[in-house]
Design a protein around this ligand. Structure first.
Ligand code: 3PG
Length: 213
């Protein structure tokens, strides 16, 4: 399996956030992302097959770092870890979610949308977090505004990000990467268009050629 000591925020410019409906799509999808130059995938626990999809990718596509997203209940953290998830992402950061994700021993990104939530995570020892829902919660302007007063925090913004606005976020000194579902659109997933997804991944990967800091 892929292991890393580097920050989750510094692996790829864009973490593909995936909703998967058919477990048999997991491996070809993961291979398309790797081939496109994005060897990281966040499988959201929003569909019944997500945990099995993580298992298959962890077993069959060792070149990719596979994580579980949409961790909204504490027990999901250990389920994802048991399936082979290598990182965890939550849209929020309640004390019980933080405890459950910490207990897995896996790197994880808790979610924040306000300054007080950022400060609470810093107090708990986190310096890297997901900013969600990025566009709805203030967008790149929000992150630019809090960089000076809250310098210790770095972010992976997700929610409403696409190829057209990702660079605005990536140019910020407190953004390491962004997350988004635009690389795996529902229509392309439905039609099993792996070549299309590989192309979208390759396009997203080029965003890393212009780092902001
Ligand atoms: C997430 O879980 O990070 C978001 O649903 C991704 O947001 P997007 O679908 O707007 O890219």
């Amino acid at each position: 399996t892929t292991t890393t000591t580097r920050s989750l925020l510094d692996l790829v410019p864009v973490i593909p956030v995936v909703v998967i409906d058919r477990v048999e799509d997991a491996v070809p999808l993961a291979r398309a992302l790797v081939d496109g130059g994005l060897p990281v995938i966040e499988l959201t626990l929003r569909t019944p097959v997500a945990i099995e999809a993580i298992e298959r990718i962890a077993a069959e596509v060792p070149e990719i770092l596979v994580g579980a997203g949409t961790i909204v209940a504490p027990q999901q953290a250990m389920l994802a870890a048991a399936a082979g998830a290598q990182f965890l992402v939550s849209p929020g950061s309640t004390p019980s979610l933080l405890g459950a994700m910490t207990d897995t021993g896996l790197p994880h990104l808790p979610g924040v949308a306000t300054v007080s939530e950022v400060l609470a995570l810093l107090e708990a020892g986190y310096t890297e977090m997901k900013f969600f829902p990025a566009e709805a919660a203030g967008g790149a302007k929000f992150l630019a505004s809090i960089h000076s007063p809250v310098q210790a925090a770095r972010f992976c913004p997700t929610g409403g990000i696409s190829i057209s606005n990702a660079a605005d976020y990536l140019a910020l000194p407190n953004v390491g990467c962004v997350g988004g579902s635009w690389i795996t659109p529902a229509a392309a997933m439905g039609a099993q268009e792996w070549t299309r997804i590989r192309t979208l991944a390759a396009q997203a990967a080029t965003l890393g050629e212009h780092p902001g800091s």
